[in-house]
Ligand binder design. Structure first.
Ligand SMILES: Cc1cc2nc3c(=O)[nH]c(=O)nc-3n(C[C@H](O)[C@H](O)[C@H](O)COP(=O)(O)OP(=O)(O)OC[C@H]3O[C@@H](n4cnc5c(N)ncnc54)[C@H](O)[C@@H]3O)c2cc1C
Length: 312
């Protein structure tokens, strides 16, 4: 359950290598979760993950395939004119296109909010209950929602979860998406990281035009976890005005022609679980996602693979 990267990678691995019949449910309108791309007029924004790096062999092998297919490309190997030798990868058609690539050919049902997971009749297998009232029997279930959502889904499942899993909280992110009338003043290669943003609300600024994602000037501004938390309940218009003001130094001569604010309540897990996934005593319920491997695309990817391996 969950058509973010971890759920899709688990589903693809189970369907392709192990020939299981797999259904992926997601409450969202399309696949990707925090691999999210949004259009405003002619502008295109990555408004969740901005880029990714690769450390392990599993994602490196997949990236070679994605590069050959034109799904991902190298953006740069560092910001602020400092190369650290690690390529930053982006998706020229937007980060959600990575999820779409993994989802191709799978039975993915978006717009399906899962209400709960419970044991099947007589305690055999599982039942997945959807908000339209339908109940789907399953031999095994992989749950990849952010953990607080996972706990409420498993309320009726009678599963004993490690108490430490409950303690993990998530940082929040408030983002500003700004369409400009001309290129802004974000320096090459079009990204600014937290170390250059001290004293401002921002933790990352990404120029979607410079990344090759947007045809027209379009900048994603992400506020830091502290700023996002302290302004979470503020009036929406007030937050937008504050963020537009804070964006000014990065606009140069450009004017903002349109803007939107985007909030991520469960942006990044604070203390990722050390194992790549969690498996219940029956070996048929697996919790996975970036809360298990680290709050990054590679963490979600590795956790999804580990979930599939746990079921084979
Ligand atoms: C603002 C932001 C910036 C980031 N920047 C970067 C970056 O630059 N580089 C990087 O590597 N990583 C970045 N990340 C982290 C990265 O996006 C995540 O680690 C990764 O995408 C998580 O994937 P996932 O599959 O674990 O979870 P998700 O993508 O959150 O997928 C979970 C899915 O479960 C679905 N779901 C939840 N509840 C239900 C329910 N009840 N029923 C049905 N479906 C449900 C959701 O709709 C969602 O699609 C960023 C994240 C955010 C929010």
């Amino acid at each position: 359950m969950g058509a973010g990267l971890s759920g899709l990678v688990a589903a693809r691995s189970l369907a392709t290598h192990d020939h299981h019949e797999v259904i992926v449910f997601d409450k969202g309108r399309s696949v990707g979760g925090r691999l999210a791309t949004r259009r405003i007029g002619a502008a295109t924004f990555d408004h969740g993950a901005q880029f990714f790096t690769v450390r392990g062999d599993a994602l490196a092998a997949q990236v070679a395939i994605w590069r050959a297919a034109g799904v991902v490309d190298v953006w740069c190997d560092g910001f602020d004119q400092r190369s650290d030798g690690h390529p930053r990868y982006v998706a020229p058609r937007g980060m959600s296109s990575i999820a779409k690539d993994v989802a191709a050919g799978l039975d993915v049902r978006c717009g399906h909010l899962v209400f709960g997971v419970r044991r099947g009749p007589g305690g055999a297998g599982w039942e997945v209950v959807i908000d339209d009232g339908s109940v789907h029997p399953a031999d095994a279930v992989v749950v990849t929602c952010p953990l607080p959502q996972t706990f409420s889904l498993l309320f009726e499942a009678g599963v004993e979860l490690p108490v430490e899993l409950f303690r993990d909280d998530y940082d929040r992110t408030i983002g500003l998406l700004a369409v400009l009338d001309r290129p802004g003043a974000v320096p090459d290669p079009g990204g600014v990281q937290a170390d250059r943003l001290a004293g401002s609300p921002w933790s990352f600024i990404g120029d979607n035009h410079a990344k090759g994602v947007s045809d027209v000037p379009a900048i994603t501004f992400h506020a830091s976890p502290d700023w996002s938390e302290s302004h979470w309940d503020h009036d929406a218009d007030e937050v937008q005005s504050m963020l537009l003001e804070a964006a000014r130094p990065w606009l140069g001569q450009a004017e903002v022609v349109e803007s939107q604010v985007k909030r991520w309540r469960f942006a990044t897990p604070r203390s990722p679980w050390p194992d790549p996934c969690w498996i219940d005593a029956t070996g048929t319920l697996v919790l996975a996602g970036d809360a298990f491997r680290g709050p990054k695309i590679e963490g979600a990817f590795d956790s999804g693979l580990a979930a599939a391996q746990a079921l084979t």
